[in-house]
Ligand binder design. Structure first.
Ligand code: PLP
Length: 386
């Protein structure tokens, strides 16, 4: 099939919930992708922050295929080596005490919401969760309800109660705080709304505020986690210690997986029957994830920091770029031209970018080379200079 045949059949058979660009990718390697017509692209999107070691990474591919050759699924009624290994690895890397596995970011956040409500309800009769304006936590009804953007609160009423949306500062938190508050849920770097890095002093104050009141601090690391920003998880930049961490996107290196990390306070919040997921922690996805997390070493994270600094400084010098935001290889750009136009024009020239609200967003693989970053900079300069 050619690109054009796919577009027609897709429009006929797939529910049109996505504003797709007219490209169908067929294969790739690292930060390079090829479409069905054989055109080459530099990938600064990684399938929205998923293919963290690029396309067809050899180590990940071997881990996944080795597992497929053994068993593809067992259900959570039995123990599974890759799932246990991944849970142990995540706990060792973060200090978390227990892990629950789902299949997506939304599912990881659903778990966090349930954990926070059970903790608050059983201990104090508290159930409200404060989330931030401009946040994004997923597309299920609960995670849409948690998302602090009015644009998401249409058509599907009634939404789940018990969420309050605060400005990203302590005054905002205090305005939403009540004697029913059980948790505050934040993204240390808000991805979908435009790569907004939350203020470190706010995060530190928020941590103290929560600790003093036994309110759980939940960090949604679905997008900014797993080495993306040059730390294992982005909350480490601020030196804070959340009670619950959710992650997904980059964790599986390309296969669907979500994880909810429960730290000391929540270690024993769940018991038999409280939660579950048929596909959650699938052995193939977990085997791939183990091969990813094992390689997120201090050395690699330093490399990501270096690449991020290089990329951000050069992007900032392009004519037509008004501002550069983010950390490591999670980058947002304010451009003179509208973001979607920029992304479309870059795609036509062989560079894959993302938008994030009104900004251009780059989430390249952590393995992107200097030459590939330079190629991306050249294409973006051409598009913005026109
Ligand atoms: C993408 C994202 C989600 C939702 O993840 P899905 O895997 O699409 O369900 C939740 N939170 C944040 C911060 C995200 O970026």
């Amino acid at each position: 099939m050619t690109n054009n045949q796919i577009f027609e059949e897709d429009k006929r058979y797939v529910s049109p919930t996505y504003a797709r660009f007219d490209v169908a990718f067929e294969r790739g390697e690292g930060a390079r992708l090829y479409d069905l017509d054989g055109r080459e692209y530099i990938d600064c999107s990684t399938g929205i922050g998923v293919n963290i070691f690029g396309i067809c990474d050899e180590v990940w591919k071997k881990a996944v295929t080795d597992q497929i050759n053994k068993i593809q699924h067992t259900s959570n009624l039995y123990y599974s080596l890759p799932q246990t290994q991944l849970a142990k690895l995540l706990c060792e890397k973060t200090g978390a005490k227990k892990v629950f596995f789902g299949n997506s970011g939304a599912e990881a956040n659903e778990c966090a919401i349930k954990a926070a409500r059970k903790y608050g309800n059983t201990k104090y009769g508290r159930y409200e969760i404060i989330t931030l304006k401009n946040s994004f936590h997923g597309r299920t009804i609960a995670t849409l309800s948690a998302t602090g953007q009015d644009a998401f609160h249409k058509y599907f009423d009634p939404f789940l109660g018990g969420f309050r949306y605060a400005d990203a500062n302590m005054e905002g938190i205090l305005r939403c705080y009540t004697d029913k508050t059980c948790a505050v849920m934040i993204e240390c770097i808000q991805g979908e709304s435009g790569v907004h890095v939350l203020d470190t002093s706010f995060l530190k104050e928020l941590e103290i505020f929560c600790k003093q009141r036994d309110i759980l601090l939940i960090c949604d690391e679905v997008q900014c986690g797993n080495g993306r920003t040059g730390k294992m998880y982005a909350y480490e930049h601020a030196g804070i210690h959340p009670d619950i961490v959710t992650t997904a996107k980059g964790l599986g290196g390309g296969l669907p997986i979500g994880a909810c990390l429960l730290f000391d306070k929540c270690e024993n919040v769940f018991t038999y029957g409280d939660h579950g997921s048929t596909f959650g922690g699938n052995p193939v996805a977990c085997a791939g994830a183990v091969s990813i997390v094992e390689r997120l070493t201090d050395e690699l994270l330093l490399e990501v920091q270096g690449k991020g600094a290089y990329f951000m400084s050069h992007l900032g010098r392009i004519n037509g770029v008004k501002g550069v935001y983010g950390k490591g290889l999670m980058i947002g750009l304010d451009t003179e031209k509208p973001a979607r136009e920029v992304v479309k024009a870059c795609l036509e020239r062989g560079l894959i970018l993302l938008t994030a609200h009104d900004r251009v967003r780059l989430l390249p693989p952590l393995t992107i080379t200097k030459a590939e970053m330079e190629q991306a900079i050249t294409i973006l300069s051409e598009v913005l200079g026109k």
